[in-house]
Write a protein that binds this ligand. Structure first.
Ligand code: ATR
Length: 270
C-alpha cells in the first residue's frame, strides 16, 4: 500500500508542513503523500482512531492537540514523556502508533554546533520552553537559566529539569553578558501581537547566539535588535524545518535536505 502521512491541528490551513514534506518526499523519491487534516476540538479521539484504521503511516500533531493526543497512542517515547507533548506519531512494523517529540531536538539541531559548557538563557516557561529545555538537558547542556514574566513558572520548570535556575526577566536583562545563547520562546514579536522585546540587549555578550522560535515575521523585533550587535541570529524557520526533518527520518529512514528547505521557505515568506 502507498504510504501516506498527515498533520492534524486546529487551525491547520496555514501549516507549512504539507509543502515541506511533499517537497522532501519528491526529492527523496519516496512514493507517498502528506495531507493536512483539520480536526474539530472535541473529535480528537475519533480522528486518531480513523487515522489508525486507515493505516496512516505517521502524522504530525500541532496546536492544540500535542498534549491531549497522548492517551490515544499505543506508546510514548521518552522524548515526549518528559514534557508531556507529542508532535510526531510513527507507525511501527507491528502496527503500533508511537508518539515522539522532535520540537526540542529540532530546535537544537537548527543552532548548529554548541559547546556543552555554554550558558544558555531560555526566555519563557510555557510549552515551547519546556520542550526545548528538556531536549537541551537530554543533550548534556546543564548550564540553563529560565527567565519568565511569571517567575514561579520558571522555578517549576527549573526544578523539573534538575538543572538550571529561574530568574525574572529583569535579572536576565541585567546579567545578559553571562550568556552564550539566548533562546526566545514567548509569542512576543509574532505578527499581529505585541512587538515589544522580552528583554533589552544592552549587555549582550560578544559572539552570543540569539535564537527566536517565532518565524512569522522572519525578522522579529528581538532578531532585529540583536543584528545591531553583529551577533549570530537564528529565526524559528530553522526549528520548524529541523523538527520536520527528524519526523521525516523517523518515518522514511533517510535525512532530507534542511538548508535547501529553509531557503525555499525564506523565499516564500520573505
Ligand atoms: P507556548 O506553548 O507557545 O510556549 P504558553 O505555554 O502559553 O505558549 O507560554 C507562553 C510563554 O510566553 C509564557 O512563558 C508566558 O509568560 P507567563 O508565564 O508569565 O504567562 C510568556 N509570555 C506571553 N506573553 C508575554 C508577554 N507579553 N511578556 C512576557 N512574556 C510573555
Amino acid at each position: 500500500m502507498k504510504k501516506w502521512f498527515a498533520v492534524i491541528g486546529n487551525p491547520i490551513s496555514h501549516s507549512l508542513s504539507p509543502e515541506m514534506h511533499e517537497t522532501w518526499l519528491k526529492q527523496m523519491n519516496v512514493d507517498a503523500t502528506y495531507i493536512p487534516i483539520h480536526v474539530e476540538l472535541d473529535h480528537l479521539e475519533q480522528a486518531v482512531e480513523s487515522l489508525k484504521l486507515l493505516g496512516c503511516s505517521g502524522w504530525n500533531v500541532t496546536v492544540p492537540f500535542k498534549e491531549a493526543i497522548i492517551p490515544y497512542l499505543d506508546e510514548v517515547d521518552d522524548s515526549a514523556k518528559g514534557i508531556g507533548a507529542v508532535n510526531t506519531v510513527v507507525k511501527t512494523l507491528d502496527n503500533k502508533y508511537v508518539g515522539y517529540n522532535t520540537d526540542g531536538l529540532g530546535f537544537i539541531n537548527s543552532l548548529g554546533r554548541l559547546l556543552p559548557e555554554y550558558n544558555i538563557l531560555i526566555i519563557g516557561a510555557g510549552g515551547a520552553a519546556r520542550g526545548i529545555a528538556h531536549a537541551l538537558k537530554k543533550q548534556g547542556f546543564t548550564h540553563l537559566t529560565i527567565a519568565n514574566r511569571t517567575v514561579e513558572k520558571a522555578r517549576v520548570l527549573a526544578e523539573e529539569l534538575k538543572a538550571g535556575q529561574a530568574v525574572t526577566l529583569e535579572v536576565a536583562e541585567n546579567t545578559l553578558s553571562k550568556f552564550d545563547v539566548i533562546v526566545q520562546t514567548t509569542p512576543l514579536g509574532m505578527k499581529n501581537s505585541d512587538a515589544s522585546l522580552p528583554i533589552q540587549l544592552h549587555q549582550l555578550k560578544e559572539n552570543a547566539i540569539v535564537a527566536d522560535i517565532v518565524y512569522n515575521p522572519l525578522v522579529t523585533p528581538l532578531i532585529e535588535e540583536a543584528k545591531k550587535y553583529n551577533v549570530r541570529t537564528i529565526n524559528g524557520l530553522g526549528m520548524l524545518v529541523h523538527q520536520g526533518a527528524l519526523a521525516f527520518s523517523y518515518w522514511n529512514g533517510v535525512n532530507p535536505d534542511t538548508d535547501g528547505m529553509i531557503q525555499q521557505l525564506i523565499d516564500q515568506l520573505g
